[in-house]
Design a protein around this ligand. Sequence first.
Ligand code: ADP
Ligand code: MG
Length: 341
Amino acid sequence: MAEPLVRLENLTKNFPVGKSFFGRGRHYVRAVDDFSLEIFSGESFGLVGESGSGKSTIGRCILNLIVPSSGRIEFAGKTIFDKGKGIHLSYREMLPLRRDMQVIFQDPTASLDPRMSIGDIVMEGLKKHRIAEQAGARKTAGDYLELCGINRDLFLRRPGEFSGGQKQRIGIARALALNPRFIVADEPLSALDVSVQSQILNLMSSLKERLNLTFLFISHDLRTVEYFCDRIGVLYLGSLAELGSTGDIINNPLHPYTQVLFSSIPRDKPWLKPVWIQLQGEIPSAAPRGCKFHTRCPYSRELCAASIPLPEKAGKGHFVACHRWRELFQEAARDNAASDI
Ligand code: ADP
Ligand code: MG
């Protein structure tokens, strides 16, 4: 397999939320909890989970937009954060790496400066990183706009003159103009009309192949993740519930939470018995003890409330953090066999 381009070890991020009752100490929400992952060169890794599960926080930690509380982050073999060793690259030290990691935002309208021409928007990074002088930057920006389906003759227009889908194309051109290796795409389709979502998804797919990009693709839309990603991580309250190839997660989901998430996608052949189980209640704001999912899980037992399940290997590259997955899997297989008779 290819080398990991991104390596996260025991990444944790706490956000302070208000003061405690006596005004001393603070309360924290643990948005990301002891999260480890490798993203390999050339793959698109999908991170899925409900809103509030910590997806964006992970992306922002990798991009060094926020400082993790603990753990370690490596990018292209270089440590950019290591709490244990006190390593945290400064803005200046990050600059050469930042070129290599770019972001595509959810809302293209909010992420493009309405006062700038689209040409200037795409050229901005080239100038900041001193990659090209004026004429060269103009040409590069025009090339990337056209690669993303925007005619270079529109160079001097402002974002307000474009549709949502076109704005996202401009946002993608801006990200790609620096010739990055790694893209964090944080819900890049969810602000767009359904009719243009597939066009933007196809564009990202073809650019990924053409430019040999590695993606962290964050989404709660499971169909797009299924289409776009090679591997999927299912996040629940800042921890991985399940990790596997797209085929594993779609066709053989083992964690009850994954089954719930993906059961909303209609299929001609449901995979296991516990399909269409309903998610009970809302995602809690503070993580419960034991398995974080146990308060909403229809299969929860005493053990689940008592101890945290560690990820277990269920197949090659397939990991599941559930005390009961093996038992449930065997039960479902028996029931499936019985119903085939
Ligand atoms: P997702 O992207 O999966 O919807 P986020 O990473 O945005 O989730 O948020 C994870 C958790 O962290 C949520 O409980 C959210 O309220 C909290 N959170 C995120 N950013 C901040 C912040 N800047 N300050 C306080 N809490 C935050
Ligand atoms: Mg988010």
